[in-house]
Ligand binder design. Structure first.
Ligand code: NAD
Ligand code: TYD
Length: 353
């Protein structure tokens, strides 16, 4: 039977990749993309699907009860996939309030609207509906040299961003525990791939290297992130929507841990080899570390592998080349997103480091 998805934050990095992934994979679905279009939302990411009859767009805030309720009234929504968020740790350090507003209050509003639309009796919901909260490994805090995050690892967020995501997760869990609301939570490690806004490490370093600008590496650059190609994240979300046991949390990650400095040097090496042999590691500048910087993230994906058969299809070596080549092939995209406000943001963010 045809399913209708409400995807929030679909004009951002992972949300737009998810919409492309789903529309390619399934003929018999429709997707309503609800996005406020903040600085991180970009309809250019969805140009290829904007005329697809299975796709529609609503510009609205996830906190807007009236707008979200209207979407539920006008569409028979089967699944909500909530990507909408303020997502950048550095911005959360300088301006935490908006993270509470969007990530916490926005999530609670979505939960309420979905609950109202789906409820058919006392704690009874329409058959087959589900709300999926797209969360992050950052809610678990930081690891030392050993060990991995499991679904049972206690939440211990450090940044305002991860604290807001953890709070949202707790509300989603509370809706399950209190109202039997049908939900899953996924917690994924760092994503990379096309359409990522260049405030995040990989596209930022890519853009700066191409422009022969300094490459800001926080502290010693030995912080470790567990990188996953975005399409593998999309595949996991699809599998959790279809097969996840209600009320469960699933961690998503592919054991691709790399120190930041390795990522930066990989990008320089790729550009040197393929585009411009005058760039070098001399561009690297170690700058003041991020406040409260988490040292290491690493996901244990055993649960989603065993329960749903998920595995990552793209190795880091293949994924990073695909990603860097995508940015090279989409110079106009990068030019557009780095014009205007971005320049002010960049100056503000890096002036005092
Ligand atoms: P992003 O910043 O690229 O995109 C966020 C999108 O949400 C944008 O399109 C923006 O316009 C929209 N948005 C923001 N506030 C909104 C609001 N109030 N109402 C409606 N729309 C709003 O983020 P991303 O990197 O694509 O991350 C998507 C989700 O995945 C987030 O919830 C994030 O916490 C989670 N996540 C991200 C990563 C990662 O590596 N990027 C890893 C794990 C989990
Ligand atoms: P980021 O892409 O912001 O993702 P997150 O903070 O959610 O993991 O940062 C990835 C890592 O790269 C993180 O350890 C911070 C570091 N970093 C830099 O060293 N320099 C930069 O300019 C940026 C944006 C990040």
């Amino acid at each position: 039977m045809k399913k209708t998805y409400l995807v929030t934050g679909g004009a951002g990095f992972i949300g737009s990749n998810f919409i492309h992934y789903m529309l390619k994979k399934y003929d018999d679905i429709s997707i309503v993309n609800l996005d406020k279009l903040t600085y991180a939302g970009n309809l250019e990411n969805l140009k290829e699907v904007e005329d697809d009859p299975r796709y529609s767009f609503v510009q609205a805030d996830i906190r807007d009860k009236e707008a979200v309720t209207k979407v539920f009234k006008e569409n028979q929504i089967d699944y909500v996939v909530n990507f909408a968020a303020e997502s950048h740790v550095d911005r959360s350090i300088s301006n935490p309030e908006i993270f509470v507003e969007t990530n916490v209050l926005g999530t609670v509003n979505l939960l309420n609207c979905a609950k109202n639309a789906w409820l058919i009796g006392d704690d009874q919901y329409r058959e087959g509906v589900k709300y999926l909260q797209v969360s992050t490994d950052e809610v678990y805090g930081a690891l030392g040299k050993e060990g991995f995050f499991m679904e049972t690892t206690p939440l211990c967020p450090h940044s305002p961003y991860s604290s807001s995501k953890a709070s949202a997760d707790l509300f989603v869990k509370a809706y399950f525990d209190t109202y039997h609301f049908p939900m899953n939570i996924t917690r994924c490690s760092n994503n990379y791939g096309p359409y990522q806004f260049p405030e995040k490490l990989i596209p930022l370093i890519m853009n700066n290297t191409m422009g022969h600008k300094e490459l800001p590496v926080y502290g010693d650059g030995m912080q470790v992130r567990d990188w996953l190609y975005v399409e593998d994240h999309c595949k996991a979300i699809d599998m959790v929507i279809r097969g996840g046991v209600l009320g469960e949390v699933y961690n998503i990650g592919g054991h691709n841990e790399r120190p930041n400095i390795f990522i930066v040097k990989t990008i320089i090496g790729y550009i040197k080899e393929h585009v411009d042999d005058t760039v070098s590691e001399d561009l690297i500048r170690h700058v003041t570390d991020r406040k409260g910087h988490d040292r290491r993230y690493g996901i244990d994906p055993t649960k989603i592998k065993n329960a749903l058969g998920w595995y990552p299809e793209t190795t880091f070596e293949v994924g990073i080349k695909k990603t860097l080549q995508w940015y090279l092939d989409h110079e106009d995209w990068m030019k557009n997103v780095t014009s205007g406000d971005y320049q002010n943001y960049y100056k503000r963010m890096y002036a005092n480091r």
